[in-house]
Design a protein around this ligand. Structure first.
Ligand SMILES: CN(C)Cc1n[nH]c2ccc(-c3ccc(F)cc3OCCn3ccnc3)cc12
Length: 389
């Protein structure tokens, strides 16, 4: 019976503490395509597998509702992520997606479980390691049917469907710690709407602080500072792709983007992704910033149902100082109606977090690599060049 802590994870190719030093960097287990199980894993009675078509309005609604009611909450269970349907279509229908990598489990036509993969090519620690793999996300089991051991079966089934495509690694993140994080990053928050953050209980006032004092402290100018800053357009794709790929080479974990992928991940989509470029004379783009929209439902509050949060995505500053570029990001996010701007301490974010008055959050986001041994087991947050939504 798999019910001792991490009993399931002990069966997975993740380096555990004592074997870390023996393994060589690279794949831990070499996959053999012929040995991959051809049929889906067995589910308990009445449960059935179901490939979700997010383009279908009804099925997208089912996924939306499952996540809205049962997905990740903060440590104090005050907020729960509320991913919109348009956001899920952005996050889960990238170029090259497979139709059987959005996996649902249903009981009597009701969706009770979900897990997703998208195909990525991850560069790991040096140019040679360009590994085609999957990025796993949105593992969710309905609150009412937890402890049925459905999560391990969802993980095994998506693993099987990835193996069948002859891919043997995965990358994912989680707020919890299971064997074995490759990096433990921290998240930070910058207040944009001090009054609301205090009223929903996101921020608290110390004895000497007042709401109006907080509002003054976090007040922002009406307009961004950087001349030539504007929303990204289709004509900017080629320049943004070059800037992004060049910048990401600084890190030990990063994706390489085609123009097609930059179109998908960065062209502005209302209430999903905002990208602004800095255009100098002759149409030269020298910098860009981007943030995505992920509201959290406020679980119990008389006045507000949601916290509008913008999350830092990828920001490349080659001419504009990074602090000024991100100050503009705060101003632009405030003008788009966000209450708070969130960022992890990955990439070069440390360079602006303190100066722009971000406060540390109360938890961490752990990065995981499945079936891959790193040279030194762990990476520092500033060596991470990937953002998972
Ligand atoms: C990444 N993706 C897999 C979703 C996910 N899962 N688990 C998580 C734990 C933390 C963060 C996170 C990432 C960046 C950030 F600035 C703030 C965050 O959480 C705030 C705390 N919180 C949790 C729910 N509502 C508010 C995301 C996630």
């Amino acid at each position: 019976k798999l019910n001792k802590p991490h009993q399931f994870w002990q069966t997975q190719p993740m380096p555990n503490i004592n074997e870390m030093d023996k393994l060589k960097p690279g794949p831990i287990q070499l996959g053999v395509l012929a040995e991959v199980r051809k049929d889906p894993f067995n589910l308990i009675d009445k449960f059935e597998w179901f490939n979700v078509d997010l383009r279908n309005e009804e099925q997208a609604q089912q996924v939306y509702t499952l996540l809205k009611e049962n997905y990740v909450e903060d440590d104090d269970n005050m907020f729960r992520f509320d991913y919109s349907i348009e956001f899920l279509r952005w996050a889960l229908l990238p170029p090259g997606q497979y139709s059987d990598w959005l996996i649902g489990v249903r009981v009597n036509q009701k969706l009770v479980g979900f897990i997703t993969g998208i195909p990525v090519t991850l560069h790991i620690e040096n140019e040679q390691n360009k590994v085609k793999m999957t990025e796993i996300n949105f593992l969710c089991v309905h609150k009412k049917i937890r402890a049925n051991r459905l999560a391990p079966v969802l993980i095994k089934e998506i693993t099987r469907r990835v193996h069948i495509k002859n891919m043997w690694q995965a990358v994912y993140t989680a707020g919890i710690v299971v064997p074995t994080p490759i990096s433990q990053t921290r998240y930070y928050h910058r207040s944009l709407n001090a009054k609301k953050l205090i009223e929903v209980g996101f921020s608290s006032l110390s004895a000497r602080q007042t709401i109006s004092r907080q509002q003054k402290l976090y007040k922002l100018p009406e307009e961004p500072k950087t001349p030539g800053i504007r929303p990204m357009k289709k004509k900017d794709v080629a320049q943004v792709t070059k800037l992004l790929n060049e910048y990401l080479k600084n890190f030990k974990l990063y994706f390489k983007y085609t123009d097609e992928e930059v179109k998908h991940w960065f062209l502005p989509r209302k209430d999903v992704i905002s990208t602004y470029v800095v255009e100098k004379e002759q149409g030269i783009v020298t910098d860009f910033l981007s943030f995505y929209n992920l509201p959290s439902q406020v679980i119990k509050n008389p006045k507000y149902t949601h916290l509008r949060a913008a999350y830092s995505y990828y920001n490349v500053a080659t001419q504009t100082p990074i602090v000024q570029l991100m100050y503009d990001a705060l101003i632009l996010a405030k003008n788009e109606g966000y209450d708070v701007f969130n960022a992890l301490d990955i990439m070069d974010n440390e360079k602006f977090l303190k100066e722009l008055m971000f406060c540390p959050g109360d938890g961490q986001l752990n990065y995981y690599l499945y079936n891959w041994k790193l040279e030194n087991d762990m990476l520092k947050p500033e060596e991470i060049g990937i953002v998972l939504v």
